[in-house]
Design a protein around this ligand. Structure first.
Ligand code: KG4
Ligand code: ZN
Length: 334
């Protein structure tokens, strides 16, 4: 079975082909239009998707050495995400499904992230836990079977990646702040300042307090000395901030693993690229005699390979969509 996956939920236009459950090609075109704006501009994003979608799909077909007529099904992200961005992918997929007379599969973007663990040969057992941590989402899921999961905890305010990006902005770093903070933190002292860790009951998290703490910390420095202070201590501040965020992610995951007696943990989403988060989760999981699964770097960021894999699982379970399906920006993972 040859399936094309499409992902356009935010600022990456992506297409991928899966043949009989194995990835044959994956193409991601990252929009550079937003760099000067310090964040994704929805209107620019949807226009860029419109320009990119056809060439990106053509490239994915070419790399998989197939023709459009070889496709047996098409899977697309229907939410959550930016409405204008989602609509480009959804309209393209519906038109393709109608034109070729092939089934359409509607994929939740977060189910896609969960499925990214199944793009590798080494896969977690069911049930496993999964920490989804990106610019838009931070949640702990108990994954019972492909496409079937239960939400255990989530952030009550900012996503962890959003906190990285906002603090990056406060520190005057280029967008997105996450990778830059990670890089600088390796050169800094994480014990330089103890930013407070918010710890909620259960498995929920909160990242808005830490962002405010960084702002207050900077505001407490005389305006005339702030630039010199930042210049001298920026790596230490990155390391201290990152350490606090990582601690706030690791603690509820550890509790969930212990409470549910689950040994396998997946880590997915853009922030899973963070070296300190990987390191601390690895040691925590080892201390519980468990295993940590992280997809290859290319499938941590938004991509269509994970959407195609989630679509493949859904199709095998007989879950198809019809042409009445539409984009849902606030779709939740049921
Ligand atoms: O999953 P993703 O590509 O897009 C969505 O948000 O869905 O995640 C992007 C997020 C951004 O907030 C970015 O700053 C963060 O992932 N990120 C990182 C690192 N690499 C990417 N955060 C911390 N450390 C990193 N190395
Ligand atoms: Zn994502």
């Amino acid at each position: 079975m040859t399936l094309l996956g499409i992902e356009t939920s935010c600022d990456d236009t992506a297409a991928a082909v899966i043949i009989d459950g194995r990835l044959a090609s994956s193409v991601v075109s990252t929009q550079l239009e937003h760099a000067d704006w310090g964040g994704v501009v929805p209107e620019l994003a949807s226009r860029a998707h419109e320009r990119a979608i056809v060439p990106v799909v053509q490239k994915a077909l070419r790399k998989a050495a197939i023709e459009r007529s070889d496709l047996d099904a098409i899977a697309v992200t229907v939410g959550p995400g930016l409405i204008g961005s989602l609509l480009v992918g959804v309209s393209f997929a519906k038109a393709t499904s109608l034109a070729l007379g092939i089934p359409l599969v509607a994929v939740n973007h977060l189910d896609g992230h969960l499925a990214s663990l199944f793009l590798s040969d080494l896969q977690p057992a069911f049930p496993h836990l999964n920490l989804i941590v990106s610019g838009g989402h931070t949640q702990i899921m108990r994954v019972i079977a492909p496409g079937q999961s239960e939400l255990l905890g989530k952030t009550r305010d900012d996503a962890a990646g959003e906190a990285f990006d906002k603090v990056g902005k406060l520190l005057g770093l280029p967008y997105p702040g996450g990778p830059e903070i990670d890089r600088r933190a390796r050169l800094g002292n994480s014990a330089f300042h103890a930013f407070p860790r918010t710890r909620l009951k259960g498995y929920d998290m909160s990242f808005s307090g830490i962002k405010t703490s960084v702002l207050y910390h900077l505001n407490a420095i005389e305006t005339s000395e702030r630039e010199a202070y930042l210049h001298r201590h920026i790596n230490d501040l990155c390391a201290s901030f990152q350490e606090a965020v990582v601690d706030m992610l690791v603690a509820p995951v550890k509790k969930a693993m212990k409470d549910h007696g689950i040994k396998d943990l997946g880590l997915v989403g853009g922030v899973s690229a963070n070296s300190r988060l990987r390191g601390k989760l690895e040691s925590m999981v080892l201390s519980l005699q468990g295993r940590l699964f992280v997809p290859p770097m290319a499938y941590c960021m938004d991509n269509a390979a994970m959407i195609a894999m989630a679509g493949y699982h859904q199709l095998r379970a007989g879950r198809k969509a019809d042409l009445t399906v539409t984009a849902n920006p606030s779709l939740v993972l049921a």
